[in-house]
Structure formats: C-alpha cells, structure tokens
Design a protein around this ligand. Sequence first.
Ligand code: F0G
Length: 460
Amino acid sequence: MSQIKAPVEPFRVKTVERIKLTDRRERETILKQAGYNVFNLPAEKVFIDLLTDSGTSAMSDNQWSGLLVGDESYAGARNFFHLESAVKNIFCFKHVIPTHQGRAAERILFEALVKKGDYVPNNIHFDTTRANVEVRGARAVDLVIDEAYDPDSIHPFKGNMDLEKLKKFIEKKSARKIPLVMMTITNNSGGGQPVSVKNIKEVSQVCKQHKIPFFFDACRFAENAYFVKKREKGYEKKSILEIAQEIFSYGQGATMSAKKDALVNIGGFVTVDDDLLAEKLKNLLILSEGFPTYGGLAGRDLEAMARGLEEVLEEDYLEYRINQVAYLGRLLDEAGVPIFKPVGGHAVYLLADRFLPHIPRHQYPGWALTVALYREAGVRAVEIGGVMFARKDEKTGREIFPRLELVRLAIPRRVYTSAHLEYVAEAIIDLYKNREKVRGLRIVRESRYLRHFTVRMEEV
Ligand code: F0G
C-alpha cells in the first residue's frame, strides 16, 4: 500500500488473543444500541481498539512469570522492595508509595498540598489531574507554549511550558497561592508531545527561585526521554535511563500511572523526596488505597510494574514504539488525511474539523468521525473535542467549544502489528475519500460532568 517502511517488532508472539471483525450490519445495530457512543460498545465487538494506550499494554513473558512470585503478605511484601528499587533507580526520590493507578496518586498528592483558592500550573493538565486539583477548590492552569495549539507547527518540543507565562503568572498570583507546579511528560492533552530537558531545567529554576515545589506527571516519561535523545542537542549518546534520571533530578517528586510506561494493566505510584510530605501521603493512602507497601495492588501487580519499568528503558523497544506510532501517522499524512503534527509518542490525532468540514461544531465532527470509523471498519477511537471539552455559557447555555476538534488513535504498547495499523490507515483513508457521507450528531441525553462517558446521541 505504501513505500513507507514499518518498524520491525523487537519481540515475537508467544500467546495470542483472538479478535473478530463483525459485519457492517451488526455494527450498525450495535451503534444504535450504544447511543452512538463508542464508550458503550462491548469491547468484543471492536476489531482494533485504539481507545487508549492506558492499561492496554501486552506484558512480556518476564512480567507474566513475575506474577507467580507475587508475595501477597499484607505488609512488607518482597515485590514492594523490587518496585521501590526499580522506581528509585529511575526517579531517584527518597520515598516510593504505590497506588492502584495514576489518579489515586494525584488525589493523595493534591489532598496533601493543595487548598481552596490555590492555583496549580501545568503545561496542560490531563482531565483527572485537573479534576483532582479543582475538587480541592483550587484552579488548574495550563501554561503550555502557544505552538501546542497549532496542529501545523513542527516544533520539536511542543509540550514545553511557556516560561514567560509561568513567570508572569507567579508574579500575578504570588507564590504563596501556588503549592506546586506540575509538568506532564509527554503532554497527553496536547497530542502526546515531548518536553525538552532544557525547558524542564528552566522551569525548575523559576520554581526554585520562588520556593515552589516542582512535580512531574510522569506516565509517559520513557517516551519523552526517547524524544529527547533523538531531538535535543547533547543527548544523542546518553542512555534513556540517564536522560530520565536527569529529568527527575530537577523536581521534588512525581505521580505515575503505571498503566502507560510501566507496561502493566493496572498500577501507579507517587514518589517524593520530602519526609514530612511522604508521611502525609502514606496516611492518606491508608484511608482509601491500602497499607503503604501495597497501595491497593496485589503483590504480583507490584512485581509486574517493577519489571515493566526495567523493560521500558530498552532502546530497541522505544525505537519500535515511537516509530510504530509515527508509521501510522505517515501512512495517513501521505494520503492527505489531516493529522496533528508532529506525531506524538502514544497516539495519532486526526483533525476532525478539517476531515469533516461540512459538519458544524455543534454537530460534533470529532464524535461523528469516531462513529463512522467504527461503523465502516470496527475500529474504536476517542473524540477529544466538543463533546469532551465544551463548556456551557452560564447565561445562555450555549456551548463554547475547545480550540481543537481531535480524534485520538492511541496505540496500545506491544499489542498490534504493523498490518493492524495498515488496516486502520486504509479504513481512515477510505473514509476520507467518502467523507461527505458522514453525518453530524445531536445529543439526546447527557450528564452534567464528564458527559462523554455516558452521552447518548442520534444522527442528524
Ligand atoms: N496523567 C496523564 C497524563 C494521563 O494520560 C492519565 C491517564 C492520567 C494522569 C491518569 O492515570 O488513568 O492511571 O488514573 N490517561 C488515560 C488516557 C486514561 O486514555 O489518556 P490513570
């Protein structure tokens, strides 16, 4: 189909999971039952599932065998110590506190640090991070560089924070009102774009000047480190581990959803330097997650995480991973399909408003594209646009739409082959050729918060 070369997988397949392509008529019925919302689809009726890269990784034989040495003691399980040493090796902070996933780490961290009326800057907050800040009565503020919102700008580090914006913000609100600054690597809500070490260092200097703690949302830290190695001067010869260690040396702690770069299906942690803060976090952990050596996970889960954190640093894995995502991007781009550029670390994003220019924003072109993609090819993607992020004007009730109307094709780690991605690309290219047939949608029923998960729609 294309002259572009697919990356070679640095693994071979030992176990397979069957997937089955339904026929178009069946998918039509399923869509109707699902209220035209792909979150309501039974996963078994999806052929290629690109809904998320979170918790969808394939574990290695090394990780699976680790499950058998799970120590299920309530306290002090040996797997905790394996995890602690794997995390400390990379992040180099003093305390490691496991949680069941990323948002639990965020919740306890913000509960310990953030109070009503505070502000938390980030390059761009991921939704759960934003929600966990705002539930404290504080404001989550995005201070990413302007290029992040321009789908055509080829900035190599589009996830960078805007230093001037940060300095002005601290001046305006005063450091007393800013309990921490966060940095999301890679920047998921901005297209999975990396942040440079230079930018991280500069942000850390500003924070230090104002005595504001600096934390990382580190879910995709290894992918970020790989981009640094490839794109940032002076890092070509450094190992992924060395780059990660340098990145974390500029901060005071991190939250982690291990469902991404620790290559597991469930898990997370928070890691910090400060003894007093660690004490507080452990107390909060005990309330809802569990004892500090298991944090809501089984011993076997801790072992899989520890092993995943070692595997994710392997350069041949990362090269294949980043190139596989780029490969899908290139297939689409070559065929003229409008995508967000450059392609990020974990997903390709379609520019739905350019893909379906005949559908106005209030008929949700991104959502329409996810429906069409499932109907035509059994592929599941996720809308990151008007349904997910529109705000309602309090007076008029009219929707105010986000700048970008995107559809994310997130690639699970080590799961799909290049042939699967070629199938996805072909389906999208076909859809693009017949784009005028795709119809917009109207909302039949919605909930007040996070409506995309439960909304029901009909086609216009
Ligand atoms: N931070 C970032 C940058 C994320 O992408 C996610 C999850 C979280 C925090 C929360 O982690 O799910 O383990 O509680 N992102 C997933 C996604 C859900 O599809 O992008 P979690």
